[in-house]
Write a protein that binds this ligand. Structure first.
Ligand SMILES: [Fe+2]
Ligand SMILES: [Fe+2]
Length: 284
């Protein structure tokens, strides 16, 4: 390649979140006991989702703080979207705190997971604010990828207890709905950066975040499986098969993960608003 030809790392031509952000203030599973293996009686699937949920309250608090830090400086339309984003994430945190309490009532000790998450998020808060946003857009891409996968392929929740499955579907819809907000905030906050610097920082962060995300959620799920008496190489093999074999959540989101590194990436380059419409029609 000619070294004098700059890479085309231009931002997307269109900005703004194409989906109106609707705050669906719903509650799930209150006053009901949560089955220990609520996902189809499967300890492995349950451990994976419980491990994800255990990270949400602290993770989503970081996301809120990251976009809030740039809200006052944002153009009015983006500022309004940030407000919608924050209201949705606050509700998600409330419901996942309830979900996590129910998992604890079902006998799981989530304290070690929570301590790990607290330590890692503390490392992010120690960095400058643009770094909070770079971490947030990477993790919001993960939530948008998972959300698309869960809604597009309902078999992920076949056999799940209804209230728990409804919580995850509700969360997935709103994650798709606001998936462009943190990214647009990032584009605005780094508008004085060169395209190369912006691409380099977000891409390097994504690689770091991906490695940590997969490793830590794996450790967390193994922690929960050990509490079910499922441990050692067999537990790890079952979890690996669940994640990359069948149903293979990580395998199935891999193409969308790769898209993050493309020049001109924007979360809404994949328009999956139809999944939101289908959910709203079914829950009208
Ligand atoms: Fe959320
Ligand atoms: Fe989100």
């Amino acid at each position: 390649m000619n070294a004098h030809v700059p890479l085309d790392l231009s931002p997307p031509s269109s900005g703004g979140n194409p989906a109106a952000i609707v705050v669906r203030d719903r509650r799930f599973g209150r006053g009901q006991a949560q089955e220990r293996w609520w996902l189809n009686g499967d300890p492995v699937a349950t451990a994976w989702f419980n491990a994800l949920s255990a990270t949400f309250p602290r993770g989503e608090t970081l996301f809120v703080d990251a976009v809030k830090a740039f809200r006052d400086d944002a153009p009015p339309a983006l500022a309004e979207e940030i407000r919608g984003f924050i209201r949705q994430e606050i509700n998600h945190t409330r419901e996942h705190l309830a979900f996590n309490r129910a998992a604890a009532d079902a006998g799981y000790d989530l304290s070690r997971i929570d301590a790990r998450v607290e330590r890692l998020i503390g490392q992010v808060y120690a960095r400058p604010r643009p770094a909070w946003l770079a971490v947030t857009i990477a993790l919001e891409h993960f939530t948008a990828m998972f959300a698309h996968e869960f809604l597009r392929h309902p078999e992920h929740f076949v056999g799940a207890d209804n209230e728990q499955a409804e919580l995850w579907r509700w969360h997935a819809v709103e994650e798709i709905e606001h998936k462009g907000v943190a990214y647009d905030t990032w584009l605005h906050a780094t508008r004085s950066w060169s395209r190369w610097k912006r691409w380099k920082v977000k891409s390097l962060l994504m690689l770091v975040i991906t490695r940590r995300f997969i490793r830590n959620r794996f450790v967390d799920a193994c922690d929960l499986l050990a509490q079910d008496g499922i441990a050692g190489p067999r537990a790890k093999a079952r979890l690996v098969w669940y994640l990359v074999g069948k149903p293979g959540i990580l395998r199935r989101v891999f193409p969308a993960w790769c898209a993050y590194f493309l020049p001109g990436f924007h979360p809404w380059n994949r328009d999956d608003r139809a999944l939101i419409g289908a959910y709203d029609r079914a829950h009208g």
